[in-house]
Design a protein around this ligand. Structure first.
Ligand SMILES: *Cc1c(COP(=O)(O)O)cnc(C)c1O
Length: 408
């Protein structure tokens, strides 16, 4: 049931409330032993976010180390191919380590250093957040331990090696399905034990407060740049923004600056996998309902008894049973709409974008591109769409070659 009646006016700055809620979503659902750590983190972040010195230092590293600002690129051949609205790509794929994730990893590493914590832990699924965190820790001389499911370690051996090259210790998690969900549990367990020396760099706009808010804020730079860039280029705001949604950080990063612009349509794209059948997808808004998982209340894929369902997507970065709480809130309000793209659509568009633009997109980002192209076909030529190209597809080429049955 949408809770639109309760809050008539939309004020993005008022969210989350002091208890970490976005309406009925979010909150803090963790063991008692972590409450102090989360409160300490929230307090430190509250000071840092208003401290010009912290913000200037972050800006400096985002420029020199990560490679910001990223281009807003007019995809002329994809636009021509679609035959309708103009398609722009926000090029987060050009960032160091290959995706938007470095924005958050760098910022949290800086915050940890400020809090006097010299040891960092993180969880990773496909390895992208682990690689970004390992890079940030190497840069700032912080000890880094990354938890990763044993199954994911086998699938993503190259990312394991990347993390180790940059000095991180990668710990194999053997519990359950041996994937991301179990890796998060292990990271939380470590944090409980070592909370005084350790900061946990969570990789998306998910989990217990203050993480959803903090990670969102660290990605807001994407939308701030995109807004300036499109105004400079076209002299007006875009008509539509499209981004893929795993936990939801790259989407919130792009959308946030536009939430209070009613003329800009915002669409999040989830992983439709093999279609909306139990266990075959990760489209939480298409098949999920309200529940609590790993720190917060949100939409998640679960069976009648509340057991978490298994998920599937061709892209590891979108393959998670729950979605960030802020997305659930804005969906109820009708401000962000959600759709999904299937594996087949993604594989086709992955090749199309590579061939027409000379840009190999991450499989995650390709979900957004699938929908962006549908909208470009449907809208007239004077409309403008921005798709967030959250990462590059170098990490995915081997997997795609295998699926297509070709030898790379
Ligand atoms: C991890 C990842 C995502 C999904 O995470 P969000 O928090 O939803 O942004 C999307 N794209 C890429 C390239 C990723 O690595």
């Amino acid at each position: 049931m949408p809770d639109t009646a309760k809050a008539p006016r939309l004020d993005r700055f008022s969210l989350p409330d002091a208890s970490g809620h976005f309406g009925r979503y979010g909150g803090v659902f963790v063991p008692e032993t972590l409450m102090t750590a989360l409160q300490e983190l929230a307090a430190a972040y509250e000071v840092a976010r208003k401290d010009p010195a912290f913000l200037a230092e972050l800006r400096h590293h985002l420029k020199e180390f990560a490679g910001r600002p990223t281009e807003l690129y007019f995809a002329s051949r994809l636009t021509e191919h679609a035959g309708g609205a103009k398609l722009y790509l926000k090029r987060e794929d050009l960032l160091h380590t290959g995706a938007h994730k470095i924005n958050n990893a760098l910022a949290q590493a800086l915050l940890a250093r400020r809090m006097g914590k010299k040891r960092i832990i993180a969880e990773t699924g496909a390895g992208q957040h682990g690689v970004a965190t390992a890079a940030a820790c190497a840069k700032f001389g912080l000890e880094c331990v990354v938890y990763m499911g044993a199954h994911d370690m086998a699938r993503q051996a190259l990312n394991v090696f990347r993390m180790r090259l940059m000095g991180a210790e990668v710990r194999s998690v053997e519990a359950g399905q041996k994937t991301l969900k179990e890796a998060i549990n292990e990271a939380m367990r470590d944090w409980v034990t070592n909370v005084r020396s350790t900061h946990y760099i969570l990789g998306t706009a998910y989990g217990a407060h203050p993480y959803p808010m903090m990670v969102r804020d660290f990605h807001r730079v994407i939308g701030q740049e995109a807004r300036e860039q499109i105004l400079a280029r076209e002299g007006r705001l875009p008509d539509e923004l499209v981004a893929c949604v795993g936990g939801g950080s790259n989407a919130l990063g792009l959308f946030w600056e536009f939430l209070e612009e009613p003329g800009v349509k915002l669409t999040g794209v989830e992983a439709g996998g093999h279609g909306i059948k139990r266990g075959e997808h990760a489209a939480r808004f298409a098949g999920g309902r309200l529940g609590v998982l790993q720190g917060c209340k949100t939409y998640l894929l679960q069976d009648a008894d509340g057991q978490i369902e298994s998920t599937h997507s061709v892209s590891a970065g979108l393959d998670y049973a729950a979605v960030g709480p802020e997305h659930a809130f804005y969906r109820d309000r009708g401000r962000i709409e959600f759709t999904y793209a299937t594996d087949d659509e993604v594989l086709e568009t992955f090749q199309l974008c590579s061939r027409l633009e000379g840009i190999i997109p991450a499989l995650e980002s390709t979900h957004a591109l699938v929908h962006g192209l549908k909208r470009a076909r449907a809208l007239p030529k004077d409309k403008i769409i921005i798709v967030n190209l959250s990462g590059r597809g170098d990490k995915d080429v081997e997997q795609v070659a295998k699926i297509l049955g070709v030898k790379p």
